[in-house]
Design a protein around this ligand. Sequence first.
Ligand code: GLA
Length: 396
Amino acid sequence: MTPPAAAPDVAVLFQAVFGAAPQAVACAPGRVEFIGNHTDYNGGAVLGAAIDRHVWVAAAANRSGRMRLHSAAAARPVDLAADPGAPLAGPDAWANYPLAVWRSLAEFGLPRPEGFDLTVVSDLPAGAGLSSSAALELAVALALLRVAGAEPPAPERLAALARHAENVHVGMPCGILDQGTCACGRAGQLVHIDCRGPHFTRVPLPASARLWIFNPRERHSLVDGRYAERRRECEEAARRLGVAALADLTPEAFARRAAGLPAVPARRARHVVEEHARVGAVVAALRRGDLVATGRLLTASHRSSQRLFENSTPLLDALVDRLESRSGVLGARLTGGGFGGAVLALADERFTAAAARALAAEFADRPGGVPEFMPLRAADGAGVVDGAGGGREERR
Ligand code: GLA
């Protein structure tokens, strides 16, 4: 495999910043949530794809015992004599992710360098709901493990470590979707996660499928607060319904029991229960190569987010509305936590770059201006990048 193009850049940046070559370079992709919106922490299923946009991390041990963290996207480097213990704020907040991983390595009984230098380069838009934080966590974990002389863990364990870092040390109560997909992705395939295990399998994406992202660049403040609020609402609904997790219920069983629920938990629960069923229906449709049915289910997922889970925005809805009517677009939906972020469109070859540009131009007068848009491919998961000329290591 050819290493993604920015691998040399991150090593060059490392050399420029720290005056020596890195000992390790690792790379992790972003992801799209293909379908399975807020199903993961409800014991349900989800389908994601690792994408051909990445975060690269170069690292080396240092003798000073300091943690020196540099990102091409950050205003200034972070230089710490020791673990600060408390979260970093303002322009340094990005460094909470590498620090969270560094703490988690010890908690998982894995080796880590005590002092290290690290640089980060990315072509993955941040804040678009494409899991730039999960990618950063995974790439940092792989780079620091390599620096400490350890073999990369199995992708499932790596994903668990990165999720632990995010839940415990960043304080975001996410499920396993992001880290699991970014760790376990495979070119041309979707990652299916039965989140109760979690149990990971793959589902091939038909070759005629095209994935597009439209990112209107909405500011989504309060994302974490509203995500946690939805999580609490789902837990309340499960408690009232007498089930351990909402995905324990079929849509029919839910319909029989829903009458006693207050309106808000009822809407949240119905979304999750039906969304879990839609994931199963999409897997079946993909296995018979039916992209038209797959696309319809994707749009149905969006409408459910819009009306029942209420984690969409008017701008995301408008993008889905316009995409739906375009030739070659089979379905569209918000991807990820919601309350902002991006829309994923499933299309075939009739939807061209010119058509995508024309659609984006229709949004020129909206907040944020013309949405960023990009075609994406389902890509391999996180891995260590070997030295110059080497390929990414196969881990299984
Ligand atoms: C975010 C979280 C995931 C998942 C999605 C919604 O991406 O990190 O765990 O809950 O939202 O499906």
